[in-house]
Design a protein around this ligand. Structure first.
Ligand code: COA
Length: 186
């Protein structure tokens, strides 16, 4: 199952699809670049070892989690993976209907509709394949682009954890959002 869509500015075709083992390096390069940007994730240390990268992939497959990527065929591996969206399982037995969303789009491909396409596909696949009913996420209150996108897609703000993170010499609030999938996929 995959979907073809186009970058909003150049109209070039990209493919939104489920992860393959050969995408792992591209995915972690994207993740590490966002860690280096230092303003979007509450994480300081990049993931560098092959062991960590492969273990994550094995975990996604073993737990049947939804992980989708945006592939830009105009670039060679690992640079062809321009974004990724993961919907992982809740740790709680009684919350197996809940998926936890995380998303990254590579800097030069942001604001071109890739994030929206990734989230839309991931939510539908999490419902179709994993029987998820509800998606939750959290985001820095300073991340206006992400908050705009989540709200536009129907996520509702359900709370704020004040001063939850300390980075770049200041505190950051964490916004909690959620979406009931059947309100989104009619
Ligand atoms: C957040 C992120 C995933 C969104 O993906 P994207 O491909 O850039 O998003 P899209 O292009 O689909 O949509 C972006 C929307 O935000 C809007 N936007 C851009 N900058 C904005 C800003 N400063 N304030 C408000 N809205 C903004 C765009 O206009 C667009 O909305 P529109 O379709 O109504 O015009 C991506 O920017 C990213 O990876 N950021 C860094 C990592 C990150 O923040 N991850 C999420 C952590 S919670």
């Amino acid at each position: 199952m995959e979907r073809r869509t186009r970058l909003e500015d150049t109209n070039e075709e990209i493919i939104i699809r489920h992860i393959k083992k050969s995408d792992v390096d591209g995915i972690w390069n994207n993740f590490n670049e966002v860690v280096e940007e230092g303003i979007y994730l509450p994480i300081f240390i990049p993931v560098l070892t092959d062991h960590e990268k492969r273990s994550w992939y094995d975990h996604v497959k073993k737990e049947h989690e939804t992980c989708v990527v945006a592939e830009y065929p105009g670039l060679k591996k690992p640079h062809d993976i321009i974004g990724q969206c993961e919907i992982s399982n809740s740790e709680w037995d009684a919350a197996s209907h809940v998926g936890i969303l995380g998303i990254i789009v590579r800097k030069e491909f942001r604001n071109k509709g890739v994030g929206r396409a990734l989230i839309d596909f991931a939510i539908r696949e999490a419902k179709r394949i994993n029987n998820k009913k509800k998606i939750i996420l959290s985001c820095f209150s300073s991340n206006k682009r992400a908050l705009h996108l989540y709200k536009k897609m129907g996520f509702k703000k359900v709370g704020v954890r004040k001063k939850q993170f300390y980075l770049n010499t200041s505190y950051h609030d964490e916004v909690l959002m959620e979406l009931w999938i059947d309100d989104y996929v009619k």
